[in-house]
Design a binder for this molecule. Structure first.
Ligand SMILES: *Cc1c(COP(=O)(O)O)cnc(C)c1O
Length: 385
């Protein structure tokens, strides 16, 4: 039997649209080719304008973790005090990055499946002096969305002097956000909501972040130094590290798709699909791991019902055999559930196929549900759109 590749429904990489694959497959040219230089320049301008950034966007080869590192080292010096919030695996990764850099750091942690709140942050910032606040917009290990709009309003009112860096790897391009909310550094990478193969870090640095870096002593790092990359992003014929030519074409095509859809429509679509996926998982008996008001538009955890007897590895293997690749949980939820990514350039038929695969796999693994319950719930929500 002919078998297509399973749908990539993990929280990154995400399905790559045909036109983006074609862009990656173009014949590689020199980064001094005037056509590449012009396209790169237009891309940086688009990224800066679309997300209303009063500084500059950076596109640098590397993964999301590189972008996390680049994001913090340019706005925090050894003298600075950094407050890092974590409610899961990637928040903990930011704590690790900051502690290895030797920043004077403090942390606020929330349980997996919950979130640190704007009130808690306000309290901590009122007790002590901090220079930089770090948080994760969507914590991919739990599918929890941080209430970023509330936070930025509070910070503007009460702690305007504190710089804010946000890990937006699992949110940018899918979840409402603009730099003029008052975030100083936002970052993501190519393989999540932008729907490209892995390999690019993408950062937005506001005017304050760029000024902060300019006033800092030389950085004890070079590849991730804003000062090295700013001249390139302003004038894309310049050189610092070889740009990932084919991924830049791919990102240009991804941004073209985003502009065609419209950012606001894209944000709405992600919320709508997320609601449809949550409804279908819950109809199949898989419980969410967080309160619905915290549920991310981009990734959803489904917990196995108590006593279902479903074996995690066997179940996810069965879903793979049925044609969809979903992810396991880790940390507090290891073995207790699975994660479905629903971000980027996807459409209802992909969701239908993924839910159908999950449903067949669950039944094959002995889970007692009627065929079609998950699909029916999914279709009902999709029809609301
Ligand atoms: C995927 C992810 C990362 C890490 O990105 P890599 O490309 O794997 O380095 C960091 N933060 C969040 C929130 C993520 O979802």
């Amino acid at each position: 039997m002919y078998k297509r590749n399973p749908y990539v429904m993990v929280p990154g990489p995400t399905p790559v649209a045909r036109s983006i694959q074609d862009a990656m497959g173009r014949e590689t040219v020199s980064f001094h080719d005037p056509r590449l230089v012009a396209e790169f320049k237009a891309l940086i301008d688009d990224l800066t304008t679309l997300w209303r950034c009063d500084g500059i966007a950076f596109v640098v080869a590397g993964s999301g973790t590189m972008a996390m590192e680049m994001g913090i080292v340019n706005i925090a010096s050894d003298e600075d005090r950094v407050l890092v919030c974590s409610n899961g695996y990637f928040g903990d990764r930011y704590i690790d990055i900051c502690s290895r850099r030797g920043f004077k750091m403090d942390t606020i942690r929330a349980k997996w499946g919950e979130t640190v709140t704007a009130d808690e942050i306000d309290r901590r910032l009122s007790e002590d002096r901090f220079d930089v606040l770090v948080l994760t917009h969507v914590e991919t290990s739990t599918g929890v969305e941080f209430p970023l709009r509330d936070l930025t309003r509070m910070m503007r009112d009460k702690h305007p002097e504190v710089l804010i860096a946000v890990d937006g790897v699992a949110s940018m391009g899918g979840v409402e956000f603009y730099m003029d909310w008052g975030v100083d550094v936002m970052l993501t990478c190519s393989q999540k909501c932008f729907g490209i193969s892995p390999g690019l870090g993408i950062l937005w640095a506001g005017r304050r972040a760029i000024e902060k870096r300019r006033g800092m002593p030389p950085l004890n790092a070079s590849y991730v130094d804003f000062e090295k990359w700013i001249p390139v992003m302003k004038d894309t014929v310049k050189y610092w590290g070889t740009p990932a030519v084919n991924l830049i074409w791919a990102l240009s095509e991804s941004v073209r798709i985003i502009k065609e859809e419209g950012l606001e429509n894209r944000f709405k679509r992600h919320r709508h699909y997320a609601k449809a996926i949550r409804g279908s998982l819950s109809a199949m008996g898989f419980a969410p791991c967080c309160a619905s008001e915290l549920a991310s538009p981009t990734v959803t955890v489904g917990l196995y019902p108590d006593g279902s007897g479903i074996d995690d590895a066997a179940f996810r293997g069965a879903v793979y055999d049925e044609g969809a690749h979903i992810a396991g949980c880790f940390g507090d939820f290891a073995g207790k559930g699975f994660r479905v990514g629903h971000m980027g350039n996807i459409e209802p038929n992909i969701l239908v196929s993924a839910v159908a695969a999950i449903e067949r796999a669950a039944i094959r693994c002995g889970h007692k549900i009627e065929p079609g319950v998950g699909l029916a719930a999914l279709q009902r929500t999709l029809l609301e759109g």
